[in-house]
Design a protein around this ligand. Structure first.
Ligand SMILES: Cc1cc2nc3c(=O)[nH]c(=O)nc-3n(C[C@H](O)[C@H](O)[C@H](O)COP(=O)(O)OP(=O)(O)OC[C@H]3O[C@@H](n4cnc5c(N)ncnc54)[C@H](O)[C@@H]3O)c2cc1C
Length: 492
């Protein structure tokens, strides 16, 4: 089939009946649920974009294997040209949602693509696992499916491993092995957009210890598989908030969820890893599932940061405060942070290497530096936005106030900004800013930048330890190895 349209994505959603829990009730029909309606339409637009002549070549290519048009996020990167094709596609998608939707389909397409491209690693342990991931990649690519994923155990007792928790199945593990597959029980988090996806893939960060075998797992299933419970977090919008009042929350809410597997059957052909602590611990370092998706995340994060910085600049300009040194200094800092991320991205792409298996990988240190810097740069942009907008962020009238004829003259008179910025424009700019820096939507977007791919504190520490292992510190070695001379000799 190849690339789907938005309508095909929606038709598939309508045909499915996942067990989605929202605000204490079972969702009857995901598509008709007001909370999900707009986010579904935003994802549908991304599928439609693949058919738009203005974007098609940036987003898709003809698959060598099938002759059909498929998304560029499924392209096996083998050269700099492939890397840049993927980069362009990531950027086109990110720009559509201003980087605010992190788990657009291209993210998990990249994960599965990197697993399939590196199936040699799984083959070392089990030929079937390798065959299964290759087939799953084709299934995903050729049907243009939309995936969610859950790779983290729920926060029960973090000081203990999965097999040491007081309840054996607090964390997701295998409860029964059958001839035709496995039965899994337990929970996994934090599946963003789960309710409106086609399928779910489960795998894990490293950290397994002997005894954790039943939890060392990777598999995929349709999202409406029997026994899979999806419990959504409290929503940041209810589908009735207007785009005037909440231009971002009303459109780009990415609902997150806890997944609970209540004795769910997984057929063997959908199992990619099982019962092997060593393989589970090496999955990340060996298969590129850190780097390929980090490319998508880096591009998306760059667009999101650039967007937040533009909003801060607009807020400052609209009320004429960017003439003050303190404000323009802060804005200069934010613009420079965008430049730093852009430069890092271009460097990571340019300094690619080809692995012995023919995969073109971006410079991992530079990519990881983006990952390390964003949890500081993005919150800083939000802090500056809060500081510059100050009290005005909380003072904006609602759309209903704005449309009230009796109130309108007062609004037009008192809500305008500097000369040339009328009340409507200023209210719109400030509402945009508040969605980003004050509303639950914006706070989730900030938390996303900190945690979307693991704990930034431990990630930095791991980065340093790797750096220390691989780096010779030769500048210091050089000065230390110079022969010391006595004072008299040095003066001569
Ligand atoms: C908005 C959002 C969307 C997300 N979307 C997804 C998604 O789609 N799919 C998905 O799988 N995941 C998703 N995640 C989850 C993300 O992967 C995790 O939040 C992240 O890995 C951090 O894990 P945690 O939240 O369990 O924090 P924890 O690991 O529990 O950490 C909590 C705190 O304890 C400290 N800590 C915990 N353990 C240790 C330790 N061993 N050593 C030192 N310090 C420790 C940490 O530094 C941190 O301060 C999302 C997260 C967010 C916030």
């Amino acid at each position: 089939m190849g690339i789907r349209t938005g309508e095909q994505y929606i038709e598939a959603l309508k045909a499915r009946k996942p067990e989605v829990w929202l605000n204490g009730r079972l969702v009857e029909n995901v598509f008709d649920e007001p909370y999900f309606k707009q986010p579904i339409l935003e994802i549908a637009k991304l599928f439609d974009l693949q058919h738009d002549p203005a974007y098609q070549d940036d987003l898709t290519h003809i698959c060598e294997e099938t002759g059909e048009r498929v998304a560029n996020s499924f392209l096996f990167p083998r050269s700099y040209e492939d890397i840049m094709k993927r980069s362009k596609a990531f950027e086109v998608v990110a720009r559509q949602t201003y980087g605010l939707m992190g788990r657009t389909p291209d993210f998990l397409n990249s994960v599965v693509t990197s697993l399939a491209q590196n199936s040699w690693f799984l083959k070392k342990y089990n030929e079937d696992w390798a065959k299964n991931i290759e087939n799953y990649y084709r299934h995903l690519r050729d049907n243009d499916l939309f995936l969610t994923h859950a790779i983290v155990n729920p926060q029960n007792d973090r000081s203990k491993n999965s097999h040491q928790q007081s309840d054996t199945f607090t964390h997701l593990g295998v409860v029964e092995e059958r001839k035709d597959g496995i039965v899994v029980r337990g929970a996994k988090m934090l599946a963003t957009l789960a309710a409106i996806t086609d399928e779910v893939i489960i795998y894990s960060f490293p950290g397994f210890a002997p005894g954790d075998e039943r939890y060392a797992l990777a598999f995929a299933l349709p999202i409406d598989t029997k026994g899979l419970k999806i419990i959504c977090r409290e929503p940041a919008q209810d589908g009735t908030r207007s785009t005037f009042d909440h231009p971002l929350a009303s459109r780009y809410e990415e609902m997150d969820a806890l997944l609970i597997f209540e004795d769910v059957f997984v057929p063997w052909d959908k199992v990619f890893l099982y019962n092997n602590v060593e393989a589970a611990n090496l999955l990340y370092p060996m298969t590129g599932i850190a780097e390929q998706p980090a490319h998508q995340s880096g591009v998306r994060g760059y667009i999101k940061l650039a967007f937040a910085v533009e909003v801060a600049c607009k807020v400052a300009d609209s009320i004429g405060v960017d003439q003050y040194l303190n404000v323009s200094r802060d804005l200069g800092e934010l613009v420079q942070s965008v430049e730093v991320i852009r430069a890092l991205l271009r460097t990571a792409e340019r300094e690619y290497t080809i692995t012995e298996h023919g995969e073109a990988r971006l410079n991992p240190d530079t990519l990881e530096t983006i990952r390390g810097m964003m949890p500081e740069m993005y919150p800083r942009a939000i802090e500056v936005l809060q500081t510059i907008g100050a009290g005005g962020l909380l003072m904006m009238p609602t759309e209903a106030d704005f449309l009230n004829e009796e109130l309108r003259p007062s609004i037009d008179r008192h809500y305008g900004g500097r000369e040339g910025v009328d009340a409507e424009l200023r209210i719109k700019i400030f509402k945009l800013a508040w969605d980003l820096c004050g509303e639950a939507f914006g706070m989730r977007a900030l938390q996303y930048e900190r945690y979307y791919t693991g704990d930034p504190i431990r990630k930095r520490s791991i980065f340093y330890n790797k750096f220390k292992k691989n780096h010779s510190f030769d500048l210091v070695e050089s000065i230390l190895s110079k022969e010391d001379k006595g004072v008299k000799e040095t003066v001569k």
